[in-house]
Design a protein around this ligand. Sequence first.
Ligand SMILES: [Zn+2]
Length: 246
Amino acid sequence: MRLGGLLAVTMVLILPAAAADWSYEGSAGPEHWGNLADGYEACAIGVEQSPIALVTGDASPAQGPVLELDWSPFVPHMLDNGHTLELQANGLGGGVDYDGVRYELLQMHLHHQSEHAIDGEHAPLEAHFVHIAEGPKLLVVGVMLKPGEANETLGQLFSLWPDTVSDVVVGDTEVDLRTLLPPSSASFRYQGSLTTPPCSQIVSWVVMSEPMTVSADQIATFTDRYPHNARPLQPSHGRQLSLVAP
Ligand SMILES: [Zn+2]
């Protein structure tokens, strides 16, 4: 796969116009995203939007597809993109095979509070591991981060947080993102969208049903910089939701 070419397309479909200013509240908040710029219409009229409420009782127990992750350690490039802290992987961190498609890890970022809710509960943080395949289409692995023991990898990433929006800080040791994955591979699966403009409906969502822990200090480190960067829950419109057990 030519990730370079894919990234160019990504700029248009996923990361358009850093230009059109959107935010999480006020006149550029989520309820206005659809009107902020050409190309953002799906945010308002799409019927496969994310995030959604993940309810165990509503999910059909299913067999697969198997999520075959082959993430590998890589040197982190950290960007503060003005909406969140983002770890740029750009194909260096391995990827995932899913339902016969090969996806490369593109980036990881965080939301506070969690965007998805599991059985009515939001976690303080949700990590999104964004993977891209030709199409382009995306597969995002979501992991809930709850208060408990600190996560060393997250600490490593936070130590590289740029002082200025749009700056990138490059680490001098590799990070291993597998340490941010829960031991159980049980996960909710559904078809949805980006949770930020342009809200493109090209995302296979895999949200791990078990959380990982991070320390209260780590949660505070994030929320000091981003006190609110979560899109509200969107209607399911009868979409299929599955819960795939290991
Ligand atoms: Zn996200």
